[in-house]
Design a protein around this ligand. Structure first.
Ligand SMILES: NC(=O)c1ccc[n+]([C@@H]2O[C@H](COP(=O)([O-])OP(=O)(O)OC[C@H]3O[C@@H](n4cnc5c(N)ncnc54)[C@H](OP(=O)(O)O)[C@@H]3O)[C@@H](O)[C@H]2O)c1
Length: 267
């Protein structure tokens, strides 16, 4: 493919595409014919996935191995897209990390990384790619937030706060960009069966909610693109848990979520 032909080709950018939900989303988008820009730290996993998607779906797949916890990680991704002439029309902020346990024990390097990946990188990527979407009056931004962002979750205090940040940012931008052709969506899953929980040191056995499969999140994301909404809950239970908070004092909601997530360690 000549570089001229590549210029301004609409591309879907997925962060956290090396595994878990991001990987499954990349595959689903490839199945729908999207060209892709995949981002994560594990360049080898990205390249292997890219190969699979090129072979399986005949789409163009670009890989940018970047650590989004680094100060200029998001800018590096933006420069990569610019240098390759890729017009990002769908940005999926999926990279995310967590650490279960009481806040007073949270190691400072985890605190920095969780804030950097979940909050700063996601907010920066939106800011970096939005002007081009606006100039074309076309684009969608999807952030994989969490049910945990609907209230504080004891045992996941910082994580839940980062996801609340993404929900609030989404709500503001969704309305700010009304009528511009840009949709801004936050998808809020409950517990999902990926390696995320183990990496976060979350004891699966203690969780008092269903841990559902990735396919449920993928379906919700694809639906949210067809019928854009501001906040998307993949299951009825997710929706019900958030809806029921309207009739619940905030402290009670936080207490219930702490009980359901059982992430504090000693329960
Ligand atoms: N699993 C759940 O229960 C659950 C529930 C609700 C919401 N979510 C959200 O869903 C999203 C995806 O989670 P998942 O379950 O798919 O987790 P996962 O399987 O652990 O995947 C996380 C992805 O983020 C990437 N990532 C982590 N740190 C990064 C960094 N510093 N720079 C660049 N990429 C980085 C990882 O790639 P590398 O390691 O290769 O960098 C990986 O591709 C997250 O935002 C998470 O908060 C998950």
């Amino acid at each position: 493919m000549h570089s001229e032909e590549l210029k301004r080709r609409p591309v879907t950018l997925v962060t956290g595409a090396s595994m878990g939900i991001g990987r499954a989303l990349a595959e689903a988008f490839a199945g729908k014919g999207h060209h892709l820009l995949l981002v994560a730290r594990s360049g080898d996993l990205l390249e292997a996935l890219a190969e699979e998607l090129r072979d399986g779906y005949g789409v163009r797949v670009f890989c940018c191995a970047s650590d989004l916890a680094e100060q200029h990680g998001p800018e590096r991704v933006f420069s990569y897209a610019e240098e390759h002439g890729l017009a990002i029309r769908l940005l999926v902020n999926c990279a995310g990390i967590s650490r279960a346990g009481v806040y007073s024990d949270l190691p400072f390097h985890d605190l920095d990384a969780i804030m950097a990946v979940n909050v700063i990188a996601s907010a920066k990527l939106i800011r970096l790619f939005l002007p081009d979407m606006l100039s074309e009056r076309k684009g969608t931004v999807i952030s994989i937030a969490s049910l945990g962002g609907a209230q504080g979750v004891p045992g996941l205090a910082l994580y839940s706060a980062t996801k609340s940040f993404m929900i609030t940012l989404t709500e503001a931008l969704h309305v700010e960009l009304d009528g511009t052709g840009i949709n801004v969506i936050a998808v809020c899953p409950g517990f999902v069966d990926t390696g995320f929980l183990e990496k976060a040191g979350h004891n699966r056995q203690g969780i008092r909610l269903p841990v559902y499969g990735i396919a449920i999140v993928v379906r919700a994301v694809l639906r949210s693109i067809e019928k854009p909404r501001m906040l998307v809950y993949p299951t009825f239970l997710d929706f019900f848990l958030v809806f029921s908070q309207r009739f619940t004092p905030r402290a009670v909601a936080a207490r219930i979520s702490g009980f359901l997530a059982a992430a504090k360690g000693k329960q």
